[in-house]
Design a protein around this ligand. Structure first.
Ligand code: HEM
Length: 140
């Protein structure tokens, strides 16, 4: 098993220029230095997000599968948050939020008329009548 290299925000924040440009997406660190000048979205957006967590920005654009595949080639390691790293970033809160599940509507299956007892009662009456009639016929 390969061990993945871990980078702290402090380390990642040192790579914010075209000489060395790192970006965090989904907790992974990407070195986009070699890719920056061919990025279809331009160099500027990459520079704006350099040294930061750009997960939301990356996802908001709706990057294609091609972009996702390119990411794999630029991967250099994983982001290792430190206890005080989230409080002093300008671009925090990008950790994926758990999806909020809507609370299930209460299942209303009650009907106002109790049908089952009525059906059973009616059945019993019919059966009773049938037995009474059969007896009165057989007695003759
Ligand atoms: C870091 C790795 C990134 C890679 C490998 C990447 C790759 C790509 C690719 C391949 C495209 C062409 C369209 C597509 O196939 O989706 C694209 C477009 C674009 N990207 Fe990125 N991108 C990255 C990061 C970013 C970031 C951080 C932003 C910030 C906002 C950004 C903004 C854009 C924009 C604005 C376009 C143009 C979309 C359009 O014209 O419709 N990209 N990117």
């Amino acid at each position: 098993m390969e061990t993945q290299q871990e980078f702290t925000l402090e380390e990642i924040q040192k790579h914010t220029t075209l000489e060395s440009l790192w970006i965090i997406i989904n907790g992974n660190v990407y070195d986009v230095t070699s890719y920056a000048d061919t990025h279809p979205g331009g160099i500027d957006v990459l520079l704006e997000n350099a040294g930061k967590d750009a997960t939301n920005e990356f996802l908001d654009i709706g990057h294609s599968q091609v972009a996702m595949d390119q990411l794999k080639e630029l991967f250099i390691g994983v982001y290792k948050p430190t206890p005080n790293s989230s409080s002093n970033t300008t671009n925090n809160n990008n950790i994926q939020q758990p999806q909020q599940r809507p609370t299930q509507p209460p299942q209303q299956k009650e009907s106002s008329v109790p049908i089952l007892p009525i059906v059973i009662g009616a059945g019993a009456v019919v059966l009773g009548l049938a037995i009474a009639i059969t007896r009165s016929i057989t007695k003759k």
